[in-house]
Design a protein around this ligand. Structure first.
Ligand code: 9MR
Ligand code: 9MR
Length: 576
């Protein structure tokens, strides 16, 4: 009897899995054939900014399109060009260009007189709310303090992880702090959908937010995102970043200047609220990469915070801590992070530190003016690339070429601009108008980081071409991509609902916490939701809005920061 029941239930389960797989397959790789006659518009689902290029993409064919306003008047007509195929998405799309339409409003798009979409928004205000929400997202990821209703609205929650009592892990034991010693290392942001805090990733994130301020100080001085510090001396973006920097400062061992790589539980916590995640936490191994990234970030911070009364003296401490960390790295140049066997959380390990040396030396030079650092800048110069947690030399270049010492580094400015020009060529030659030729874990952050480089290129050259190109990256993120999702939680007609983010999953609130950029499509881990959930093998399409998909649907501080930078720069330069 039991066996019979088992066989029947297994048959039902297998049939269900088969149907589900067929459905998923039909919506992914085979979508090409099944949607041959269906037309789908891929577009910025939030808003196109007036006076910028406005492009959408059509899946499926058509001869011509027109746009009608709310009264039903045709306000724009255009031809639809032949579709082009992209091997990374496995489908073909045609360009729909309505750049010439510059009147604010909501429009309906018709292809060959058939309605395709009724909610294209053209607005003078296409960036502000996204800039604010993506910055506010950092507040929602704060550790060690309650999020009150006044600031967090329905996402108010109890404080999690005070981290006033964490333990020295075996890998971090020293004479002064033997294994098991209790220390305090409070504050900062959760890294991502998990509850740990990692120096390497905190560094690039904090730096990027500081750069967003540095490129548009006036804009940020007026941007209020309603956090507890709003209205104080510091602009919100600097107050928010300081919340994390102060935690980073506690990660240095003041006996030797070394910096612990991470503060973490041994294993990832379950999907529970922060205050319910109470596994013991540890300071784990000092590393050279942590020391160098810490050096760079503290120097960049020192130069920003020295201009404010309330943080003047703190900024001096930041610089002396940076120098201590640099000295430690000089004495310990090859201490690569090596994940201890009893720890399984994020590793952020890196064995190629040329770029970290370059970045740290660049920032030290800018903070001290000491020519001895020039030697390290010269020795460690590398080719430009898209910034990432383990590829940071471009951050050093950005600092040098946007600094008062920029005239000493004109060759780097030239290299930088020609690198960005090539990104634009790639973007212009890709059917999806995005400069990606591969999809990594966090592919959306590669798009956002490209937009950051273009924002910097605009800052240097004042050539609109760079802002227009950054704007195309923004349009990709807001929905004009192969998955047809708007990748920022809380925005757009179709956006992620089940992000891999423990508080969003455990809070019993239907909507995910807004303002988070999800990692986005890639094929690096295809079975994070189990082998029965099939994802597309085409990397640009390989995304699933399920909580289990940590490789495509997680959020992370280092992915959000370039979105803050780009949207705030696009917004600022509209009004400045
Ligand atoms: O939740 C974890 C996420 O933050 C990480 O990015 C990811 C990759 O390291 O791992 C997630 O945790 C998963 C673990 O790796 C495997 N078991 C399931 C965990 C939760 O989905
Ligand atoms: O962003 C990281 C990505 O480049 C790596 O391929 C991936 C696997 O190691 O880890 C990502 O970082 C995760 C970190 O390890 C733990 N917190 C969540 C991060 C985002 O997924």
């Amino acid at each position: 009897m039991n066996n019979l029941f088992l066989i029947i239930s297994m048959t039902i389960k297998t049939t269900l899995i088969l149907i589900l797989s067929l459905l998923v397959l039909a919506c992914s790789d085979n979508g090409k054939t099944s949607s041959l006659n269906a037309k789908e518009l891929l577009y910025n689902q939030y808003a196109y900014q007036t006076n910028t290029p406005k492009k959408a993409l059509l899946r499926g064919s058509g001869q011509y399109f027109n746009l009608k306003d709310a009264q039903g008047n045709v306000v724009h007509k255009g031809r639809i060009w032949e579709a082009s195929y992209w091997p990374l998405s496995g489908d073909s799309v045609s360009l729909i260009d309505f750049t010439a339409l510059n009147t604010e409003g909501y429009y309906c798009l018709y292809v060959d007189d058939q309605i395709i979409c009724d909610s294209i928004n053209i607005s003078n205000n296409a960036y502000t709310e996204v800039a604010k929400a993506s910055l506010k997202a950092f507040y929602y990821n704060r550790t060690a303090m309650p999020l009150t209703q006044e600031y967090a609205g329905k996402w108010a929650r109890e404080a999690g992880h005070p981290d006033t009592k964490v333990y020295i892990h075996r890998s971090a034991a020293s004479k002064e702090y033997p294994e098991g010693s209790e220390v305090s290392s409070s504050g900062g942001w959760y890294d991502a959908g998990d509850y740990n805090k990692y120096i390497v990733n905190s560094s690039i994130t904090s730096y990027t937010l500081l750069k967003a301020y540095d490129l548009a100080p006036k804009y940020h001085s007026n941007l209020n995102v309603n956090i507890p510090e709003s209205g104080g001396e510091l602009p919100d973006i600097l107050a928010e970043t300081l919340y994390n920097l102060k935690w980073m400062q506690t990660m240095q061992d003041d006996n030797d200047g070394g910096v612990y790589h991470k503060l973490t539980s041994k294993k990832f916590e379950d999907f529970v609220m922060p205050h319910e995640a109470i596994k013991k936490r540890y300071l784990v191994q000092k590393s050279t990469s942590a020391a160098l990234d810490f050096t760079a970030t503290m120097c960049a911070a020192q130069r920003v915070y020295q201009d404010f009364e309330t943080t003047k003296s703190l900024s001096k401490t930041m610089l002396s801590q940076a120098k201590e960390a640099w000295s430690w790295a000089m004495k310990n140049p090859s201490v690569f992070y090596d994940q201890p066997s009893d720890i399984s959380t994020g590793a952020y390990s890196d064995t190629s530190l040329v770029d970290e040396w370059f970045w740290a030396a660049s920032e030290l030079y800018l903070s001290t003016g000491d020519k001895m650092y020039l030697k390290y800048i010269d020795e460690n110069e590398e080719l430009l690339n898209i910034p990432k947690w383990d590829v940071v030399n471009t951050l050093g270049i950005i600092s040098l070429i946007t600094s008062q010492a920029a005239n000493e580094f004109t060759h780097l400015s030239e290299l930088f601009i020609s690198y960005v020009d090539n990104l634009i060529i790639l973007q212009e030659n890709t059917p999806y108008i995005v400069g990606l030729d591969k999809f990594e874990w966090g592919s959306n952050s590669d798009v956002a980081n490209q937009a950051m480089l273009k924002s910097v290129a605009y800052h240097i050259t004042k050539n609109n071409r760079y802002l227009n190109s950054a704007n195309e990256d923004y349009n990709y993120i807001m929905g004009r991509n192969a998955t047809s999702y708007c990748f920022v939680s809380g925005f757009g007609k179709k956006s992620p609902q089940y992000i891999h983010h423990r508080p969003s999953a455990a809070d019993n609130i239907k909507e995910p916490i807004p303002g988070f950029l999800i990692g986005g499509p890639n094929t690096i881990v295809l079975d994070d939701c189990g082998s029965e959930v099939k994802r597309s093998h085409f990397p640009a399409l390989s995304y699933i809005d399920m909580e289990c998909s940590y490789s495509t649907n997680e959020i992370a501080i280092n992915w959000n920061a370039p979105l803050v930078l780009t949207t705030s720069i696009l917004d600022a330069y509209e009004i400045e």
